[in-house]
Design a protein around this ligand. Sequence first.
Ligand code: PDD
Length: 277
Amino acid sequence: MQIAMIQDKIVPIAELEPAYLDRGIFFGDGVYEVVRSYNGKIFSLEEHMQRFANSLSAIEISGVDIYQILRRVLKSFDASGISNAKIYFHITRGSALRNHVCDADLEPNFFLTVTELEDDSEAKSKGIAVSTHPDWRWKRCDIKSLNLLANVLARRNAAQKGCAEAILVDEAGLITEGASSAFFAISGQTLQTAALTANILSSITRKFAIKAGKNIGLETIEKSLTLQQASGADELLIASTTNDIIPVVEFDEKLIGDGKPGKYTKLLTREFLSFTV
Ligand code: PDD
């Protein structure tokens, strides 16, 4: 008899819940998305669905009806009754006994949660400290893959240093992005962030932060920052779906500006939030 063991219990393989054999667990073989709502309205859903479709196609999971996924997102958001919600969903290649190669007709698994967004008002009003960490990720960070071990380790390291985000640094000493956010510096009247390459995620908040920056008169430079440029910037900020814009006031223990959220970051945040209503 082929068997499995879950904690202390022996279970015949034939009786295992398919979730135990999910390729997402064995290999991180899947892709995900995170969208959020502001006061009952989901922000930028179309862009997120498009990126999800791109991620699915990049890892060759085919046959997923993206409109069905969209309907599931809307249905579950509606059912939750949560007005400021975080909606997480993923698709994995399916469930099967562990083997790197699997049948082409495996049925993909879909999973979604709708949860209340955590209160980030303190981080927004006071700003956060960040620390740098080597970017140990693979070479296709443009795919929103379930393989997040390097991101998790970087975040753990930051947390151990009392920091709220890890800023990832590549082998050339250039900043790619945050472990779960885009990273920006403001110096003078310029807003700088890494260019979109396979080394970073095509962040949707990044796109709207750039638009907000333009609207308030900042020139955009899409070029990776060195550690020196980042720590010497007038203002720093991170951007992500769950927290939109968060000011960064400490970078590797060095205070940025006067250690308080900067004036352009505040203006940019206000402009960004105007897109969400
Ligand atoms: N993370 N870069 C990385 C590596 C990310 O994981 C994320 C988002 C971002 C910001 O992307 P967007 O603006 O599209 O959310 C950039 C999500 C929120 C997460 O993993 O929970």
